[in-house]
Write a protein that binds this ligand. Structure first.
Ligand SMILES: C[S@@+](CC[C@H](N)C(=O)[O-])C[C@H]1O[C@@H](n2cnc3c(N)ncnc32)[C@H](O)[C@@H]1O
Length: 378
C-alpha cells in the first residue's frame, strides 16, 4: 500500500490531461493522478473499482487503464454519456467514418444553411439562452451537427459524434468571455474530432465499464450488482456540503445558464440544481444533505466487500461543523477511518487551485481546501 505516492498525487495541481480526460470539463473533476494513485494503492489487476459519484468519469478511465474492472454510476445522465464516450474506443473503419463525417458536416456549418431543415432541433426546450446574439450562430452550427448525426451507422459512432459536438460546444459557449465565429467553430470541430480519435486509442478495448444512471442511495438494486458481486475499492468524490457547484448547466453570455449540454448529448434534463448536490446548499443545517449522504454511504457499504477501502475527495463550507458530522455518517454506515501507527487518521489536505466556490459559510475560508479521506469497510 503506497500511501506516500497517494499523498503526493492528492496534492497534484497540474492541469487535467492524458488519456480521454480532456473530452469534457466536468465541474469539480479530481486529478487523474490522484485516482490512479488510489487505485494502485488499494487494488490489484482484475479487481472491481467503483465510483458511485463518477461525474466526468476520471476514476473509470484510470481504472480501465490500470487493468481493473470498473463500475460507475451517477445521478446525472450527462455524466453517464460523457463517461461512455470516453471509454468506448473506435476501430479503424469507425475512426475513418467519423473523421469523414466531421469534415462533411463542417462544410455545412455556414450562416446561410436553411433553418427550416433544423426547425425541431432549434426549438428544443434544452436550448434556453442560446438565442442570445453572442451565441446564436454557435447554436446553429451545433444544430447542423445534431441534424447530421443520423448519417452515422452505429450507436457508438453517433455517441462519439455527439461527444465531439459537446466538446467543441463547451469550448465555444461555456464560461467563454469573447464570442466565437462560426468559421472558428467549424475549424475547431474538425480538429477536435481528429484529436479525440487519437486520444481514444489509449483506452484498452478488451474490457467495458458497467455504467449506470442511478442515485448512489439505490446502488444495491442496480444492474451491475444484481448477481451479488461486490466491489473491492471505491474511489470517489461526492457533492460537497454547503458548496455551490453547477453540474448540469453551462454559463453563456456572462452568467446566463443553459441546459445545452443535455440538448447536444440528447440526455434527460429537468431536475433542479439541488437534485445533483444532495440537497440545497442554502438549507439551514444541511439536514437533507447529511441524510442523503448517510443513505448513500450505507448503500455503498452494502456493495463493497468487508475490508475494501473507500477513498474520497471532499471539501466543506464550514469544516469545524461539517467534518465531524461527515465522519459520523461514515462510521454509522459501517466504515472505519484509516489511521497511521501513531493513531492519527491518514488525511491529506490540499489547496484547490483556480477554484472559486460560492460557499454559504459566513466569511469562512475553508472552501478552497479539499481533503482526502480513507475508510475501510468493517
Ligand atoms: C464532485 S462530482 C464528481 C467528479 C468526479 N470525481 C470527476 O472527476 O469528474 C460529484 C458528482 O456526484 C453526482 N451526484 C450528486 N448526487 C448524487 C447521488 N445522489 N447519487 C449519485 N450521484 C450523485 C453529481 O451529479 C456529480 O456528478
Amino acid at each position: 500500500m503506497d500511501l506516500e505516492s497517494l499523498r503526493i498525487a492528492a496534492q497534484d495541481a497540474s492541469r487535467v490531461k492524458g488519456l480521454t480526460h480532456g473530452f469534457y470539463r466536468y465541474p469539480a473533476r479530481f486529478s487523474p493522478k490522484f485516482a490512479k494513485a488510489a487505485i494502485e494503492a488499494f487494488s490489484d489487476r482484475g479487481d472491481i473499482v467503483l465510483d458511485p459519484f463518477m461525474g466526468g468519469g476520471t476514476t473509470i478511465v484510470e481504472g480501465l487503464a490500470c487493468g481493473r474492472r470498473v463500475i460507475g454510476s451517477d445521478i446525472n445522465s450527462l455524466s453517464v454519456f460523457v463517461t461512455r464516450v470516453k471509454t468506448s474506443p473506435l476501430n479503424s473503419p469507425e475512426q475513418e467514418t467519423v473523421a469523414d463525417w466531421s469534415e462533411s458536416v463542417a462544410a455545412r456549418m455556414v450562416y446561410r444553411h436553411p433553418t427550416v431543415d433544423l426547425a425541431d432541433i432549434l426549438a428544443d426546450n434544452r436550448t434556453t439562452n442560446l438565442q442570445l446574439p453572442r451565441v446564436r450562430s454557435i447554436k446553429k452550427a451545433i444544430a447542423i451537427g445534431i441534424a447530421a448525426i443520423e448519417e452515422l451507422p452505429s450507436a457508438k459512432t453517433r455517441d462519439f459524434a455527439r461527444g465531439v459536438l459537446l466538446h467543441t460546444g463547451q469550448w465555444a459557449l461555456d464560461n467563454r468571455k469573447q464570442s466565437t465565429a462560426m468559421g472558428e467553430f467549424r475549424q475547431r470541430f474538425v480538429e477536435d474530432c481528429e484529436s479525440m480519435i487519437q486520444q481514444l486509442q489509449a483506452i484498452p478495448s478488451g474490457t467495458k465499464p458497467a455504467l449506470v444512471n442511478c442515485p448512489a442511495e439505490q446502488l444495491p438494486g442496480c444492474r451491475p450488482f444484481h448477481d451479488g458481486r461486490l466491489a473491492d475499492l471505491v474511489v470517489t468524490s461526492p457533492p460537497y456540503p454547503g458548496i455551490h457547484m453547477l453540474y448540469h448547466r453551462w454559463q453563456v453570455n456572462g452568467r446566463r445558464e443553459t441546459p445545452a449540454p443535455y440538448w447536444i448529448a440528447d440526455c434527460r434534463d429537468g431536475e433542479g440544481g439541488a437534485f445533483y448536490t444532495l440537497g440545497d446548499r442554502k438549507e439551514a443545517k444541511l439536514n437533507t444533505y447529511f441524510e442523503r449522504l448517510g443513505e448513500a454511504m450505507r448503500a455503498i457499504r452494502s456493495v463493497l466487500r468487508a475490508g475494501g477501502k473507500i477513498v474520497q475527495m471532499v471539501a466543506f463550507s464550514d469544516k469545524s461543523k461539517q467534518l465531524p458530522r461527515y465522519l459520523a455518517e461514515m462510521e454509522s454506515a459501517g466504515f472505519d477511518e484509516l489511521r497511521r501507527e501513531s493513531g492519527r487518521p491518514f488525511r491529506v489536505w490540499r489547496t484547490v487551485p483556480n477554484r472559486k466556490w460560492h460557499a454559504n459559510s459566513k466569511g469562512g475560508t475553508s472552501s478552497a481546501r479539499e481533503v482526502v479521506l480513507i475508510h475501510r469497510a468493517t
